[in-house]
Ligand binder design. Structure first.
Ligand code: B12
Ligand code: SF4
Length: 478
């Protein structure tokens, strides 16, 4: 099938300031683009990365026009970026109403019905895993098959919205092509993550698995990927890293896994990285649960030796009731403390996340969360506001009870408060997140010991955060 032009777009967007400045490769659409490229000969694919190309909205419009697309597929990473995806689709329709627009990702999967019913510029949504649904959509556009038969697709019909049956997940993730980094090869040196690696250390994203075995009530991931975790093989993940390093010089990697399975799998991945000499050349970031870290503590020295320098761990709160309500089974203060100590002993930088703004929170309980962060003392703390992301249980409860006060999806970034608690207004929750950061990062003792730390990552991180005035940014939100 020839002559179909598909343009994938990473729209212009702000970075998430608590993590400093960065330009990430648009990983999700790179996976989709590579899959379409492999499955459909002759389709002309372009990936427009507005961030890497430094395009504003007018520039993006000109750039999309220059690709003469038949289909425009914007990236749909998170709820707070959903308006950017919609605006991209609207631009495509302004250029030519005949261009087909398709969205995907967590937010639009959860809100497929209202998005299609309410937004004229969207033609279709691929719900859940996108690769195979998108290929079938492109084929149908070219006359091969009907929309009606495409599993996982929701789309507009003459008189409403049709949601086709769910599509089974891809069993073998190794069967996917390597993500389409070659489609953005001219930008590979511009992807960076200033806080986590040097600005001149090209940053790439790799995916070890999809989904998660847990079911935290505030998380949209486990439902989106329908429970359970599917992994690529360790050798395949190492192949991707080796290729990216060899071809483009990528030297800092973010593993997308929601909970890296620190187990035999990680052991093998480390063997691969060490055996290929990559551990000398690259560093990598991962996220893992503290129970997982503690249960597999014997692997931490090997992970550090294989280049793992930074780990993000969710501690949430010291309050047992909230941990229960969040369904964070297996997480408590003892295990959290052990995890921080183990990471420190193994020279792995620990980023701990904490959640404020649950229904019962008042100023006092939030102060105890701040104190908890002080007690656990991870290398840095990231405080986030409990956010009702569409697709989560918390969203359903909050919506049913009328708790949600903001309908601006741009606010759903875990830094803006969108719900009051029983005791605090939205504005007061917003103040409290600032207070938590001020307490942690304002501590002179912590700042001085970090600035003079023997750990270069700690030193650099605190210097960087001080320079970027994160507290001033947070203060400006209320
Ligand atoms: C890497 C990452 C980042 C990177 C950015 C990466 C990027 N490309 O821009 C950084 C660190 C900067 C980041 C920041 C944030 N992130 Co983030 N991030 C991730 C992470 C770990 C991996 C994303 C990824 O590449 N996944 C792998 C790809 C293959 O999956 P995918 O993107 O979902 O795409 C598949 C499908 O969704 C679908 N699909 C997706 N888009 C489209 C588009 C079309 C057209 C189609 C057809 C299909 C389709 O097809 C794809 C292939 O199957 C995810 C968690 C996760 N494991 O996914 C969180 C995640 C996306 N982040 C999240 C959040 C909340 C944030 C932040 C707000 C910070 C925070 N509080 O955590 C900021 C927001 C940034 C901003 N302002 O843009 C949440 C989003 C929740 C939600 N419902 O909104 C997630 C899900 C984490 C979580 N556990 O909740 N993030
Ligand atoms: S918060 Fe993390 S551990 Fe919990 S369900 Fe989501 S991805 Fe899994």
């Amino acid at each position: 099938m020839a002559d179909i032009r598909v343009t994938f777009v990473e729209p212009p967007k702000d970075f998430w300031f608590p993590m400093g400045e960065y330009i990430p490769p648009p990983f999700g659409i790179l996976c989709l683009a590579a899959y379409v490229e492999r499955e459909m000969e002759g389709v002309k694919i372009e990936v427009v990365d507005a961030q890497a190309e430094g395009l504003d909205w007018d520039g993006l419009k000109r750039r999309i026009k220059a690709t003469s697309p038949d289909i425009v597929a914007p990236a749909g990473l998170s709820t707070c970026n959903s308006a950017h995806a919609l605006r991209t689709a609207a631009i495509a329709k302004e250029l030519d109403p005949g261009i087909q627009t398709i969205l995907g990702g967590q937010h639009f999967t959860a809100l497929a019905d209202e998005t299609l019913a309410g937004i004229p510029q969207i033609d279709a949504i691929a719900r859940g895993e996108g690769e195979r649904t998108l290929v079938d959509f492109v084929k149908a556009y070219g006359g091969d098959g009907s929309l009606e038969a495409i599993e996982g697709l929701s789309y507009k019909t003459g008189n409403g919205v049709r949601h086709n049956a769910e599509r089974p997940l891809i069993c073998d993730l190794d069967s996917l092509p390597h993500p389409g980094y070659h489609l953005v090869k001219e930008h590979m040196k511009s992807y960076y993550f200033a806080l986590m690696a040097e600005e001149d250390a090209p940053f790439a994203i790799v995916e070890g698995s999809r989904g998660c075995d847990h079911s935290c009530s505030y998380c949209s991931q486990w439902r989106f990927w329908r429970g359970g975790q599917r992994t690529k093989s360790p050798a395949r993940v190492a192949d991707e890293m080796e290729h990216l390093h060899g071809e483009y010089g990528s030297s800092f990697f973010w593993l997308t896994d929601d909970d890296l399975s620190i187990s035999d799998w990680t052991d093998k991945l480390c063997d691969e990285l060490i055996g290929r000499g990559l551990s000398e050349e690259v560093t990598w970031f991962c996220q893992a649960r503290c129970d997982n870290i503690v249960a597999n503590r014997e692997l931490l020295p090997k992970m550090r030796g294989a280049g793992n320098t930074w780990m993000l761990v969710g501690f949430d709160t010291p309050q047992a009731d909230d941990l229960r309500a969040f369904r964070r089974d297996g997480i408590d203060e003892t295990i959290s403390r052990q995890a921080v100590d183990l990471l420190r002993e193994n020279d792995i930088f620990s980023q701990g996340t904490f959640i404020i703004g649950s229904r019962g929170d008042d100023r006092e309980s939030i102060r105890t969360i701040g104190e908890y962060a002080d007690r656990l003392n991870p290398d840095i703390a990231t405080f986030m506001v409990l956010t009702p992301f569409p697709g989560t249980e918390i969203y359903e409860t909050a919506k049913a009870n009328g708790w949600i006060e903001s309908d601006d999806w741009g606010d759903y970034d875990m830094i803006h408060a969108v719900m009051p608690t029983e005791h605090l207004t939205v504005g007061e929750v917003q103040e409290e997140i600032y207070n938590c950061y001020r307490r942690f990062f304002g501590s002179r003792t912590r700042r001085y010991s970090a600035l003079f730390s023997s750990n270069p990552i700690t030193k650099k991180t605190y210097r960087y955060l001080a320079k970027k005035a994160i507290l001033t940014n947070l203060r400006s939100l209320f």
